[in-house]
Write a protein of this length. Structure first.
Lengths: 266, 281
């Protein structure tokens, strides 16, 4: 069965029953994933290709190309349920607007940023592996002497969720920015602590909880708050993927440590 | 054989002998066990080098204390012993100046900490992971799995490079392209290659320099930043991508070429064909 699931982008996150010796193939954006169940073991292969389908294609009873590198997982006889779970990347993500953005003082706005998710593959109750749904660039947040390895990608910095096309492999993170500094706020990049974010299912999209950033007067960096629970957009409610780490309690410390509004020279 | 002397001596010093045996047979293994336990449990909290220094310090101190206890049990005064050791130390020091120099250099190395266990360093022609830092020498494990022992004195006197001291590094590739290539296009293509390679960091940004006019090529330096563990993956993938992309974009890699002139640089080299065979004038 081949289903073009632009209408039901959440189908891929629901359990599949995979018969003995059968192959499951799904394509999320540019990621191709093949899963085979044999006696007491599962075999998984993946490939990132340039043929982005813009949604999800699921082919049950598929055939795989010969060139794949397979991994075998011995899990015993633990049922035939295959489930894919979305979760946020395992490192912070640096989001760069395609064009530098300036916000005048006293303004508040919300940007909607679609972050590519990772996929955790479950066979029954056994988590087999985690796969990135998109290959993101590496980036460094800090100085050449000290810092943190991050992922990085560009965003159009949409200010309305409706402008984002629904993508099954991206969770939309609403980032609310308040400029209370008394001067223009220019930023070229935002470091988002993706492991702190959970994933919620909306009507048309996957969502993260709201992230609020406030830049106060005489402050180079912004205060940041990772709001728990689904955001009030798109009817987001049920949680599909849990956060990897709990946000640290000290917001002030965390702000200076983890979040940077990179201010270019004026 | 008459063992009566030994038996008599044992009866006279039985307490000291028994206590010394207990100290040596139980104390030393317990000390080793404690150090092993400590290194296992502190491994997650402290660096490998700190754990090694701590366990070695405890091991050496404990061993000296056990030996002194045994000597004290047999009536030897530790103060006298230390005095004798001092005099002996001076004599031995003169006799083994190199060892002493290595020892003092080792203390400086431990204090200064220019590298730690697990770092990749380059000393003269030797290149590998720091395997251990001891009082007299540092041992390296090379990439082909050989052990190289370098006296501490050499490390203090010579220049060495610690390749993994900082978490990110830059790989500089020298790339020559043919003279008919458009330099602006080369720069654009190199930027795109760096941005698509997953191991290349986009921050700090890649450095692309048109470095000059070579004998047969336009020379560029392509500097790409990477996280230390990704060095081999980056090197392999980016060279392959440069070759593939340049082929696709029609950017040529020139072979070394040389022009010969018969006297005038502007005139072509005169060739005359005689009976179908080329002959130079």
């Amino acid at each position: 069965m081949d289903s073009d699931s632009k209408k039901d982008i959440f189908r891929v996150w629901r359990p599949f029953q995979l018969g003995e010796g059968k192959m499951f193939h799904c394509q999320l954006s540019s990621l191709h994933l093949w899963v085979v169940r044999n006696e007491g073991e599962w075999r998984i292969a993946l490939d990132h290709r340039d043929d982005d389908c813009g949604g999800i294609r699921i082919i049950e009873d598929a055939e795989a190309p010969e060139s794949l590198d397979w991994r075998r997982f011995i899990v015993g006889d633990d049922g035939n349920a295959l489930q894919l779970q979305p979760l946020m990347p395992d490192r912070p993500v640096i989001v760069r607007p395609e064009e530098p953005i300036t916000m005048v003082s006293g303004r508040k706005t919300t940007f909607f940023v679609g972050v590519p998710v990772f996929i955790r593959v479950f066979a029954g109750k056994n988590a087999l592996c985690e796969l990135p749904s998109e290959i993101m660039s590496n980036s460094w947040f800090g100085t050449p002497i000290q810092g943190e390895l991050c992922y990085s990608f560009h965003t159009k910095g949409r200010r309305s969720a409706q402008q984002l096309s629904p993508q099954s492999n991206r969770a939309v993170c609403p980032i609310e920015i308040r400029n209370e500094s008394g001067q223009d706020l220019n930023f070229e990049r935002i470091c988002l602590r993706a492991p702190y974010l959970s994933i919620y299912q909306g009507i048309e999209r996957l969502w993260n909880g709201m992230v609020r950033v406030t830049r106060h007067r005489e402050q180079r960096l912004g205060d940041i708050e990772y709001v728990e629970g689904p955001p009030s957009f798109d009817g987001a409610s049920s949680r599909l993927g849990t956060q990897r780490e709990a946000p640290e309690k000290s917001i002030l410390f965390k702000t200076f440590d983890n979040f940077n509004l990179n201010l270019p020279r004026l | 054989m008459d063992f009566s002397f030994i038996i008599g001596w044992y009866e006279k010093h039985s307490l000291a002998v028994n206590q010394s045996l207990i100290a040596l047979l139980l104390g030393l293994p317990l000390l080793r066990f404690f150090c092993h336990w400590l290194s296992k449990n502190l491994g997650k909290r402290l660096s490998a080098q700190s754990v090694m220094l701590l366990t070695k310090g405890i091991n050496y101190t404990g061993t000296v204390l056990v030996v002194m206890f045994v000597l004290w049990e047999f009536g030897l005064n530790p103060a006298t012993l230390l005095g004798a050791a001092g005099i002996a130390g001076v004599a031995i020091g003169f006799a083994s100046q190199t060892s002493l120099s290595n020892l003092i250099s080792g203390i400086f190395l431990i204090w200064e900490r220019p590298f730690q266990i697990g770092d990749v360093i380059e000393v003269d022609a030797h290149f590998g992971f720091v395997h251990s830092i001891d009082l007299l020498s540092v041992t390296l494990r090379t990439f082909d799995n050989k052990l190289v022992r370098i006296p501490n004195e050499i490390l203090i006197k010579s220049t060495f490079i610690n390749r993994t001291r900082f978490p990110i590094r830059k790989l500089d590739l020298k790339i020559g392209v043919s003279y008919d290539s458009d330099p602006a296009k080369v720069v654009r293509v190199l930027k795109e290659i760096a941005s698509k390679n997953p191991y290349s960091l986009d921050e700090p940004a890649p450095l692309i320099i048109f470095s000059g006019f070579g004998d047969s090529s336009l020379d560029f330096v392509f500097g790409v930043w990477f996280a230390n563990p990704d060095e081999l993956k980056l090197r392999n993938s980016i060279l392959q991508e440069v070759k593939e992309r340049f082929d696709k974009e029609g950017i040529g890699f020139p072979f070394p070429s040389r022009s010969l002139y018969p006297g005038s640089p502007s005139a072509p080299f005169p060739v005359q064909i005689v009976e179908g065979k080329p002959q130079a004038n």
